[in-house]
Design a protein around this ligand. Sequence first.
Ligand SMILES: Cc1cc2nc3c(=O)[nH]c(=O)nc-3n(C[C@H](O)[C@H](O)[C@H](O)COP(=O)(O)OP(=O)(O)OC[C@H]3O[C@@H](n4cnc5c(N)ncnc54)[C@H](O)[C@@H]3O)c2cc1C
Length: 532
Amino acid sequence: MTVTADFVVAGGGHNSLITAAYLARAGYDVVVLDARSEVGGGAATEEILTPGFLFDTCSTGHTLIQVNPVISKDELRLVGEFGLSYVEPDPVGHVVFPDGESFTMWLDVERTVEEISRFSASDAVAYRNMLEEFDQVKGVYSSYRFTPIGYGPSLDDALSAHPAGTVWRRRNVMSAWEVIRREFESRHVQAFMTWMAFQTAQPLDSPGSGYLAYSLVGGRQSRSWSVPVGGSASLPRALTAALEAFGGSIVTDTLVTALITEGGRCVGVEAEEGEQYRARVGVVSSIHVKTLVDMAPSELWGDDFLYGVDTYDEGLSSFASYYAMTEAPRFISSRGESVAAVSAGPAPWPEDVLEFGRGLRERRLHRPGTFLLFATPTLVDETRAPEGGHTLKILSLAPYECPDDLGGDWATGKDVLAAEHFGALLDCAPNLSEDHVLARNAKSPVDIEAGNPHMWRGTIHGGDRGLAYGGPQRPVPGWASHRMPIEGLYQTGATTHPGGSITGGPGRNAAIVILDDLGMSLDSMVAKGGSE
Ligand SMILES: Cc1cc2nc3c(=O)[nH]c(=O)nc-3n(C[C@H](O)[C@H](O)[C@H](O)COP(=O)(O)OP(=O)(O)OC[C@H]3O[C@@H](n4cnc5c(N)ncnc54)[C@H](O)[C@@H]3O)c2cc1C
């Protein structure tokens, strides 16, 4: 069987759906292929345990995409026409420290500052300063993230042109931990800041992670952990509706296994059963670059590109467990009141978090530093569970190869590790016991990869985001502008700038480049209302 379209898009995560929707809106005939039975990749909501309990099996918080013009200007009419909406949970988050003290972050800055001042008056001032300083430069960062590499100044140049540029150019190459330990004196406040900064799984001592010390709290303080009503899959559902309204189509259950090349040009893809999808204009991929290079002859990629992919760091792998609950976790606030938060967790001491991050690279779990995020979106969206019920996801990190002290095999080791994580939840949430669990499930890094080959080796952000693999280095220096070495082939998704998470940045940036190659400006096309 052969299908022909202007553009064939391999992989239907939210990024490639965004690229596809812009291309379709510009008047191109687009077909999106995905290996799974539903598109959306890491933006998925699934009934995995018991009827009526709809779990965000991957992402829950969509904070980062809120400043992407896809949402902020509603360029694809996802909000205005195709049913996408968000809630901003308050409190934003709650953490419990190893000594039993706790901390609640509120959308109201004053309330958060009050919590900080319980630990240190000077840290309360530092927190306020941090937010103010971040406010001044956040526009520079978001403009950089939502502009394709090569289409605007480098981040260093953009910061140089800013009045506070000297300070931020230094912060930009520091590590998150270097920033946090300089700005805050209290061990508790440092622990809270490291818990927040670690949420994108970037090691906190990696050069270039300094920005995360600001961006995570800055973003959450503005709009919380934005949660899509109906679940994470509401985003790809709205994108699907937009794509189809613009004339595009989707084919699911189709694993792409090879690129079709003719005369050195990529002219389509081949799927597992031998079906061919041929492209008149171009092919867009969000297949992980580590496997993409095996899908065409090596001479077409060239040695430099292959070297870049070979040395591209996969990043840290994730581990997740899921619980259908009869009650949501409730914690004890600093005032002794019962508090529930969509996003919560234990916040280990910073030195343990750093050691936990290092251990992951060495197939070792430094348990006192375990990063855990308890996500309970049903607290703000009751459409996802039967009355009174809650979906709880515990997100953590673990080595791809199962550590020996968990038996060396994830098939059994995952239940042992998930039980440890649930035990940590019970330590933090006194209202809960095993009796509140209706059903449970755990996914090791190996399971995460098996469910989505783009999450290569169980890494969920398309690869490390340190200095060597970000911006103009992502995925490979010289090929960061979405154009791949094989003519006719473009890359989007988390392995491209600005990387993983639900940002839509790689998706929109790729569309800008592709339309530019076709002599069209994305901005003018949107302003004109597409090709309609
Ligand atoms: C447990 C967990 C929790 C997370 N929590 C958050 C969170 O709260 N907030 C956040 O911002 N991010 C979170 N993430 C990360 C986020 O989900 C990803 O970074 C994001 O989904 C990347 O989007 P993408 O569009 O680049 O690719 P993906 O979402 O990975 O989509 C890629 C798509 O391509 C398809 N595909 C891959 N290879 C092929 C092939 N060969 N042929 C056909 N189809 C293919 C896949 O089936 C998939 O649908 C989480 C991830 C996990 C696993």
